[in-house]
Design a protein around this ligand. Structure first.
Ligand code: BG6
Length: 490
């Protein structure tokens, strides 16, 4: 029997407005948090904490500057001007789904505006129409590191309750406008990431909370996002009862470094820190262990009975997640080698290789992650990010032979297949990060490339932005055309 993925499996790719679109000050768009995120060429690329720290002073400096080289997410891959060409290339690859995000600041430039920006709404109308022209279903993230900067400077980001109302208004507008064009929605990208990069996810700047316990501030902001996510789910369903709304989490997967009970306990504790967010969004209530943590740390998270009712009443329909790598944890980390991961560092696993950026490559970890999530929630899963950030070389004849990317994706897809066929996991689809080169979230580099399609622009924004196909382009096209069987049968 020929092995292949289930009929209707949604193959595709994923991008986010803040890293792909550029056009930061065009079409009436306001400035977002990502437009103020700087290049830190002097910093170790693995030192995420330092890179993601930003002060109010630095934001104000950024606001005075028109520089796009120093603030590279302002240019991204210039998808704002190239989206038609890009979607055509995705269609040629056979995409069934294209994951993208709507930049909140294109719709409500300041977040608190009375009326939405029609030019921004029209821009996404055109993108969705372009997708449908080729039979591609858009999968849309409502918020992917794009809060308008005004919400940071005048409301203290998601710490302020009022931001819930502004987000709800934004969701009301987009789910109404696109109710016939968008069937799949995700509320907050990697909702858990606020703990690792509070600024880009939550609009939280440490120096604005002097005298307050910053971790408590983060969990308060997180509570507001949980309420907002539940309300977004409610609204999206009201506008289109057939649509599906998912949560989105960073699937950080940890192994105990040894079989010492202390290491296993450490791993269990760490996994709870990862699952507490999806536990809340899937079951519609805070897990006891999270409330216990608040109590033990003396956090006073303000939540009303009404908030808890809303969270309970509108849980998500499916669980989406990103998966890139795995790492280890131990009770005693002394003398152990550390390695970078998705915006965090953890103990290096001696049995698996690493990418150029130190992210450990572990396809079996994807199968383990699928099984863990499915057993825990029994809801459909959607892998909405998986891919390899690597340095690509353009040969003299213009070819880009990214066999390392093909190897990475092939092995992950094979494990995904086993999760479905051997472990009984229900998987809706798979969107690689990213089908086209774009700005790295963590390092703000262009040279950390993920695409099947190369974009001619360097870390400083120099280049023609011309698109060209890499070797992996035709490879993925065949995977989709054969519904996976091209890589499952050998
Ligand atoms: C995910 C984010 O964490 O990882 C993306 O949702 C991000 O926005 C991706 O780009 C890859 O990480 P990076 O730092 O290599 O861009």
């Amino acid at each position: 029997m020929v092995k292949k993925f289930p009929e209707g499996f949604l193959w595709g790719g994923a991008v986010a407005a803040n890293q792909y679109e550029g056009g930061w000050n065009e079409g009436g768009k306001g400035v977002s948090v990502s437009d103020c995120a700087r290049h830190h060429l002097d910093v170790d690329v693995q030192d995420y904490a330092k890179q993601n720290e930003i002060s109010t002073k630095e934001i104000l400096e950024a606001m005075k500057s028109d520089d796009t080289s120093l603030y590279p997410k302002r240019h991204g891959s210039d998808g704002y001007h190239h989206y038609k060409e890009d979607i055509k290339l995705f269609a040629e690859m056979g995409f069934k789904v294209f994951r993208l995000s709507i930049a909140w600041s294109r719709i409500f430039p300041n977040g608190d505006d009375k009326e939405p920006n029609e030019e921004g709404l029209k821009f996404y109308d055109d993108i969705f129409d372009e997708c449908h022209k080729y039979g591609i279903e858009p999968l849309v993230t409502m918020s992917h590191y794009e809060p308008p900067i005004n919400l940071v400077l005048n409301y203290n980001g998601w710490y302020d309750r009022e931001v819930i109302d502004m987000f709800v208004k934004y969701v009301d507008v987009i789910t109404d406008r696109y109710k016939d064009k968008v069937k799949y929605w995700l509320t907050f990208n990697e909702v858990d990431s606020m703990i690792r990069h509070p600024y880009t996810t939550g609009g939280l700047v440490r120096d604005r909370f002097e005298g307050k316990n910053f971790p408590e501030v983060i969990f308060q902001a997180m509570h507001h996002q949980f309420v907002a996510s539940a309300l977004a789910t409610k609204i999206a369903h009201e506008k289109n009862p057939d649509c599906k709304v998912g949560c989105m989490l960073t699937k950080l997967t940890y192994y105990p470094y040894t079989c010492k009970p202390e290491d296993l306990l450490e791993q269990q504790q760490r996994m709870r820190q990862i699952y507490c967010y999806s536990d809340t969004q899937v079951h519609g209530e805070y897990p006891k262990y999270l409330l216990q943590m608040y109590k033990n740390k003396g956090f006073n998270i303000k939540m009303t009975d009404e908030d808890l009712k809303i969270m309970k009443k509108y849980p998500v329909d499916f669980i989406s997640f990103s998966y890139y790598s795995s790492s280890c944890v131990a009770a005693d980390t002394k003398g152990l080698e550390m390695s970078a991961g998705n915006t965090e560092t953890a103990i290096k696993n001696p049995y698996i290789p690493s990418s150029d950026w130190g992210w450990q490559i572990d396809p079996i970890g994807l199968r383990i992650s699928c099984v863990d999530l499915y057993d825990r929630y029994r809801k459909p899963l959607f892998i909405v990010e998986n891919g390899l950030g690597a340095k690509d070389t353009v040969e003299e004849d213009g070819s880009i032979n990214d066999d390392y990317r093909i190897d990475y994706l092939r092995e992950h897809i094979r494990q995904m297949y086993k999760a479905i066929e051997e472990d009984g996991v229900e998987l809706m689809g798979y969107t690689t990060w990213a089908p086209i080169d774009l700005l790295s979230n963590s390092t703000n580099q262009m040279s950390k490339r993920y695409g099947f399609i190369y974009v001619d622009v360097d870390d400083y924004g120099n280049g023609t932005y011309k698109r060209s196909k890499k070797k992996s382009y035709d490879w993925y096209k065949e995977v989709i055309a054969t519904n996976g069987s091209s890589i499952l049968d050998d």
